[in-house]
Design a protein around this ligand. Structure first.
Ligand SMILES: NC(=O)c1ccc[n+]([C@@H]2O[C@H](COP(=O)([O-])OP(=O)(O)OC[C@H]3O[C@@H](n4cnc5c(N)ncnc54)[C@H](OP(=O)(O)O)[C@@H]3O)[C@@H](O)[C@H]2O)c1
Length: 280
């Protein structure tokens, strides 16, 4: 065992668990399976132990500042530095969800965007030169999913600072509160806005960290059979984990948005669900 360390968020099930499994199989370092719920996370570790794999466990709720602080302090004391961070934790309210629109927007932005950014910023000082950050994105993160050209131009501007990005995404929640999100051109999906935010953050981080030798990418894993899709996807979590694992283990270049088949797609180009997945 070397002193190499990989961390996966939201890893007690679904894609995150499959990524931990793949890392345990392919990576000669310590792999942390983290989860917001301790029992669910420890149970998942036990399942992997039954097949001869040995992840370590730590509780991490990415929306809880104390939990993030505790985890980062532990990692600093235990390992000092880390090699791989995979930001996987996320939520999705499906079309039939009964929660109020504003609640859905607040929670989705909180977990998928704000908490991902906050956790990543907190762990960043410990990432080694040559380290890798993989943000689990989505087809929903494609820029074409935001109807307003003006918003698309702002979000994809290479001059966008992190503060401006955070303000913009908070502005979306305010627009939902005032019932102006459609009128302002955000579209009707908080999940889309949250994942577009994740892509914008990925490209921002790439610009910021490239000269520190840290490789930052984002990936659409495909339509994965998991609780998020109520099992309705068309690829297994193991298949969905393939590209995230390649990016974590082998990628030497950052600032890329990679599709589930390995194609690097232009964020501001045509929607790849058409030309890759054959959807009309
Ligand atoms: N499934 C798809 O078709 C698909 C497509 C494109 C992208 N993705 C992305 O792939 C990633 C994994 O999704 P999945 O399909 O595996 O979904 P999933 O089975 O619902 O798993 C989501 C994971 O995130 C965790 N999580 C939620 N909130 C958290 C928090 N505050 N702190 C820490 N962990 C938290 C969940 O923990 P609990 O068990 O405690 O809820 C769970 O472990 C997500 O980023 C998703 O957006 C999925």
């Amino acid at each position: 065992m070397t002193n190499k360390v990989a961390i996966v968020t939201g890893a007690n099930k679904g894609l995150g668990l499959a990524i931990v499994k793949g890392l345990c199989e392919k990576y000669d370092g310590t792999v942390y399976l983290t989860s917001r719920d301790t029992k669910r996370g420890r149970d998942a570790c036990e399942e992997l132990k039954k097949i001869g794999l040995h992840p370590k466990y730590y509780q991490l709720d990415v929306t809880d500042n104390d939990s993030v602080r505790k985890f980062c302090t532990f990692i600093k004391e235990e390992h000092k530095q880390i090699d791989i961070v995979i930001n996987n934790a996320a939520i999705l309210f499906l079309k039939d969800a009964e929660e109020p629109r504003l609640y859905q927007a607040e929670q989705t932005i909180l977990v998928n965007f704000t908490a991902l950014v906050n956790f990543c910023e907190a762990i960043l000082p410990m990432i080694k030169v040559g380290g890798k950050i993989v943000n689990i994105s989505s087809s929903s993160a494609h820029l074409s999913r935001i109807p307003s050209e003006k918003l698309r131009n702002i979000i994809s501007s290479p001059d966008l600072t992190l503060e401006a990005l955070k303000e913009l995404i908070s502005g979306y929640v305010e627009a939902v509160r005032e019932n102006k999100d459609i009128e302002e051109g955000w579209g009707d999906s908080p999940y889309v806005v949250s994942k577009v935010g994740v892509n914008a953050y990925t490209f921002h981080l790439h610009r910021r960290l490239a000269n520190r030798g840290i490789v930052v990418n984002c990936v659409h894993p495909g339509y994965v059979m998991s609780d998020m899709t109520r099992g309705g996807g068309n690829v297994s979590p193991e298949q969905g984990a393939m590209q995230p694992l390649l990016l974590a283990l082998e990628s030497q270049t950052g600032g890329r948005y990679v599709w589930h088949d390995g194609t690097e797609v232009p964020w501001d180009g045509p929607d790849p669900r058409g030309y890759i997945d054959g959807r009309q």
